[in-house]
Design a protein around this ligand. Structure first.
Ligand code: PLP
Length: 538
């Protein structure tokens, strides 16, 4: 299987090359040259598969055997999911006859990004080791320096994915004092030698600007071989397809034959729901995928108007989009223009990077004549011109046909902070199955409830639960503190979080949001780490 850029060009990469590169040089994202189909007897063959076995089956459809043997893949996958606390890895819980939650937060940092990042860390290590094993004596080993910025919620998943990995250093910048204490402690209590938390006196935007500038600095980038682990990395999407299959098979074993499943996905950068789209295209039976956004609703607006538009109020005739955001996010604008701060911060985005991959497929489907290679080329050209419009004008208006084609596979709903809070409360107070949802999951549950009345009666909704409620304690407490029976420490706080704030921490302070100070830090600490040379013994 080869990979190419959504924005066209002749480049064809192996899986390894696509994973190590992250973003394509022409600004596009890597996609597989075709979407593999499932073996005809998959439903019977995979029926009793564990999560790990299922991962191996699905991932091997996208990774050539010549690149990675089945036993190598199995060992990587086994190690990746051995860190999860639940034997099902991603268990499915029944809330009522028609609703399930697919809990994706049983990994080390209590959020769904662990599913992909535990795998990605092991992949990086595997690829680097294989390269370094081939070195001649005296050649210096390949190393990777991963740099990222976090406002709190996703940095820890990257740190836990890469901690203690040979020849990988990780630097995560966070705005000092502006990250919730639990989230800060989740990052800074990881004291492995290759993990560097950098607390920058400044805002999250300052941190992000520094990271962008580091990647744009070709000299620094080449010297340190900077790597990114953000959600556009193909390996992350791929790893996330597995739980769609796993939950479908688990439902099949408990439900009558004639059910349909609708996945409802709290969405930010479109990675999680895109994995569902790949599962659907591979042949996993499912109803339309439901995208749930918070007040940062560029996707919900696209599915109404066909305009992919950063600004909520420039799409004519879209009354809902023109209305101001509700709830506690009212008027709270971040400095970078347009992003609203909401109670579900991991979904606070202006544009969804991975949406570009879906747009490529929509572009491709709109080109019906010509050979495969020419359709690929034209799709890439059309996509590149759309993305140029987004860059230049902040928007692109797609045709009615494209919108219709997007509507065949997806529905989209926007959920406000107010609705998020009331959804957390109502599920907690449910008499038969009380459930404490984190605010991201609650966005999904609220969207599911809104969509359900127009669904076929055979549909069971599976809402992806993307974080443990303890991780977003503020929103959960805001929703539930009015309920007298609620006690956060007793009802929500997992043992793993107890005492976290008191544990030993390691953090590097940077006094100003200044790229040169950050460069100094990276150089100093990378230098202090010893490269791990294996194989080539002198
Ligand atoms: C990252 C994240 C999301 C959004 O996932 P995308 O793949 O970016 O759409 C939702 N919830 C939580 C808790 C997250 O960390």
């Amino acid at each position: 299987m080869k990979y190419f850029s959504t924005r066209g060009g002749a480049e064809r990469l192996s899986f390894e090359e696509a994973v190590l590169a992250g973003l394509a040089p022409n600004g596009g994202l890597y996609i597989p040259e075709h979407i593999p189909t499932l073996p005809t007897d998959w439903q019977t063959k995979w029926k009793s598969h564990t999560f790990v076995q299922l991962s191996v089956e699905i991932l091997s459809l996208f990774i050539s055997e010549t690149e990675m043997s089945r036993s190598e893949l199995t060992s990587i996958v086994e190690r990746s999911y051995s860190t999860f606390r639940h034997s099902d890895i991603t268990p499915l819980k029944k809330l009522d006859e028609k609703t399930r939650v697919l809990e994706l937060f049983h990994g080390p940092t209590f959020a769904f990004k662990d599913v992909a990042l535990q795998f990605l860390g092991n992949l990086f290590e595997f690829f680097l080791k294989r390269r370094n094993d081939k070195l001649a004596p005296g050649e210096s080993p390949e190393k990777l320096t991963v740099v990222g910025a976090t406002s709190g919620d996703t940095g820890s998943a990257a740190i836990y994915g890469l901690r203690n990995k040979a020849n990988v250093s990780i630097f995560i910048l966070h705005p000092k004092g502006r990250v919730s204490p639990i989230q800060e402690a989740q990052m800074t209590t990881v004291t492995d030698a290759n993990v560097h938390n950098v607390a920058v006196k400044g805002t999250f935007d300052d941190c992000q600007d520094i990271v962008k500038a580091l990647f744009a600095d070709t000299k620094f980038n080449a010297t340190h071989r900077l790597g990114a682990v953000n959600s556009i990395n193909w390996a992350r999407i791929l790893a996330q397809t597995v739980y769609y299959f796993h939950s479908y098979l688990s439902l099949s074993s408990t439900e009558a034959q004639n059910f349909q499943v609708q996945y409802v996905v709290p969405t930010g950068n479109f990675g999680d729901v895109l994995a569902g789209y790949y599962a659907k295209r591979m042949g996993l039976p499912m109803a339309k995928l439901a995208i749930a956004t918070n007040s940062n609703d560029i996707l919900a607006r696209f599915w109404k108007s066909g305009a992919y538009d950063k600004a909520a109020d420039s799409s004519p005739g879209d009354v809902a989009a023109a209305a101001p955001a509700h709830g506690s996010s009212d008027g709270k604008q971040a400095s970078s223009g347009g992003v609203l701060e909401t109670l579900s911060p991991a979904m606070d985005i202006l544009v969804s990077s991975n949406f570009e991959r879906l747009l490529w497929y929509l572009s491709y489907q709109s080109i019906t004549d010509g050979e495969e290679a020419s359709r690929h080329r034209k799709a890439g050209e059309q996509l590149a011109s759309w993305m140029n419009s987004v860059k230049a004008d902040g928007r692109v208006q797609l045709s009615k046909e494209i919108l219709e084609s997007a509507k065949r596979d997806f529905v989209a709903e926007k959920v406000t902070d107010e609705q998020t809070l009331s959804t957390i409360r109502s599920h907690y107070q449910d008499e038969t199955t009380p459930y404490i949802a984190d605010p991201h999951t609650a966005v999904g549950l609220a969207a599911a409830r809104r969509i359900a009345p127009s669904n076929d009666p055979s549909i069971i909704q599976v809402v992806l639960s993307t974080a443990h409620p303890a991780k977003f304690s503020e929103a959960v407490s805001q929703a539930l503190s009015p309920v007298s029976s609620f006690n956060f420490d007793r009802d929500v706080l997992p043992d793993e979080f107890k005492g976290l704030l008191e544990r030993e921490k390691r953090v590097i302070d940077v006094e100003r949001p200044d790229i040169d100070l950050v460069k100094e830090v990276i150089e100093r600490f990378v230098h202090a780490e010893k490269p791990v040379v294996t194989g080539a013994s002198v």
